[in-house]
Design a protein around this ligand. Structure first.
Ligand code: AMP
Length: 461
């Protein structure tokens, strides 16, 4: 997954982008980058590996002058974790430059890339996103939005995009609206962000979201919009509510992530009570709000039984299994005073591979818990995501291979209960319809990619 942030019409736009990216760090920790465009139309890029603080140091920002800038935080769902694959992409072509920041995953990238290569295109990276700039550069249209429309026609899958060319900044969302993208204003300045928490940090007001199939264009004349592609049946990613987005964000037209997670927790409490338990706690930070909801619903006292080391990144975001295992150990510790002799409910938002969960159960038992009842605020993840969330291949998904009882045994709990698909969809804002829940239900809105492995390790974000 990735985070994108863009600014048009502020002196030193890159500084605002830099600040905005800090609020999107949770969406990607492998690399970060900014492209800034000065008054003469000269675009400068800086991209680096690691966290924003490592990738974009203050000396770098001083070189990124201009009142238009876009930025990106990345982890690779597709395309390997290398500097060539860091975004924004910046290319120069006969019409000037194109800079692009992408959140999502293009399902037919391999086919589109093969066609372009057959016509002589040369690629710098293994990202799906690079396909889009090639297609834009080939368009014969005059207006930037028409070039982008040409590029997007026939592209299948998930994209929230920021594209800068000339003195124009454009924001686009795929016709199913998979990933969020918000528009904000800061005086006369327009700001775009994956999540509203990044508008908050720069003091921008949330105007509205970019609509599915829409291109929003900001240039020296102000803001306008075109419905570039016919909207399709809405497929907002439900996993944004379950896990990915920050609780202080409002996504998909104003749905509070915090309220969604509380409601998921309450629904879980109704569906999967644990009558013998003494207390409940969440796996920090992503399950805290769900644990609060579960406590409200069941009347169990909410405790803080696990402490998370905030100086370690998200375990899952490490691309290799070895990196993940190591990080589980350094990321959490258990509070013996809370757990000793107790029957406990441990809430998490999801189980994907089961690696973290198993390690946590071990930790909680070692700190003296008598019984561990695991409750999950979403259904079993049984299929990979082809639309931008870093869920692994089916072979690595524990719930694709084991029954709930087998998973309970594998992770070492006394009982395990998941929220039902219906329960989840009824709990999220503006549910139950219009969501993509393919990873839980197998109901994929597109044909699967022809080569999912290549997609994961061969192309973009
Ligand atoms: P595991 O037990 O290894 O499947 O890890 C489960 C944990 O990973 C849960 O606490 C989730 O909060 C977290 N998680 C779920 N999906 C993702 C994802 N796509 N990226 C990063 N972390 C995730």
């Amino acid at each position: 997954m990735c985070g994108i942030f863009g600014v048009h019409g502020a002196p030193d736009a890159a500084e605002l982008v830099h600040l905005g990216l800090y609020s999107l760090q949770h969406r990607g920790q492998e690399s970060a980058g900014i492209v800034a465009v000065d008054q003469n139309g000269t675009a400068q890029a800086h991209r680096g590996m690691g966290l924003i603080s490592e990738a974009l140091t203050s000396g770098v920002l001083e070189q990124l002058r201009g009142d238009l800038a876009i930025g990106h935080t990345r982890y690779s769902t597709a395309g390997s974790s290398t500097i060539e694959n860091a975004q924004p992409v910046l290319v120069r072509f006969r019409g000037g430059y194109i800079a692009l920041a992408h959140n999502g995953n293009i399902v037919n990238a391999t086919e589109l890339r093969r066609d372009l290569e057959a016509q002589g295109s040369i690629f710098n990276s293994t990202m799906d996103s690079e396909v889009l700039v090639h297609r834009m550069a080939r368009s014969q249209a005059e207006r930037p939005e028409d070039r982008l429309t040409d590029a997007l026609r026939g592209v299948e899958g998930a994209y929230s995009l920021l594209v800068a060319t000339g003195d124009t900044l454009m924001a686009a969302r795929d016709p199913r609206g998979w990933r969020p993208l918000a528009i904000g204003t800061l005086g006369d300045t327009f700001v775009f962000a994956s999540e509203t928490c990044a508008l908050d940090i720069v003091g921008a007001t949330h105007l509205r979201d970019v609509q599915p199939g829409e291109i929003v264009i900001v240039d020296r004349q102000g803001l306008r919009s075109v419905q570039a592609l016919e909207p399709l049946e809405s497929r907002r990613c439900v996993f944004e509510y379950v896990y990915f987005a920050r609780p202080d964000s409002r996504i998909f037209g104003g749905g509070s992530v915090d309220r969604a997670r509380r409601a998921l927790g309450r629904a879980l409490g109704r569906e999967q009570p644990a009558p013998t338990a003494d207390l409940v706690f969440g796996v920090p930070d992503s399950a805290n709000a769900a644990a609060l909801g579960y406590a409200e619903e069941t009347g169990l006292p909410l405790e803080l039984a696990l402490i998370r080391n905030h100086y370690v990144g998200r375990t899952f975001i490490q691309p290799s299994q070895q990196g993940r295992n190591h990080k589980v150990k350094v990321k959490y510790n258990a509070v013996r005073e809370v757990l000793e002799g107790k029957s406990v409910v441990m809430i998490d938002d999801s189980i994907v591979r089961g690696t973290t969960t198993r390690g946590l159960v071990h930790l909680v038992r070692a700190a003296g818990a008598r019984e561990v009842h695991m409750r999950i605020a979403s259904p079993p993840v049984t299929g990979p995501c082809y639309y931008g969330i870093d869920t692994p291949s089916r072979e690595e998904l524990i719930a694709a291979n084991l029954s709930v009882e087998e998973i309970a045994r594998h992770i070492g709990v006394d009982s395990l209960g998941y929220l039902s698909l219906e329960g989840m969809l009824a709990a999220v804002p503006d549910g139950p319809h219009g969501f993509c829940h393919a990873c839980f239900s197998g109901d994929y809105p597109t044909a699967p990619p022809t080569d999912p492995d290549k997609l994961r390790f061969g192309c973009g974000c």
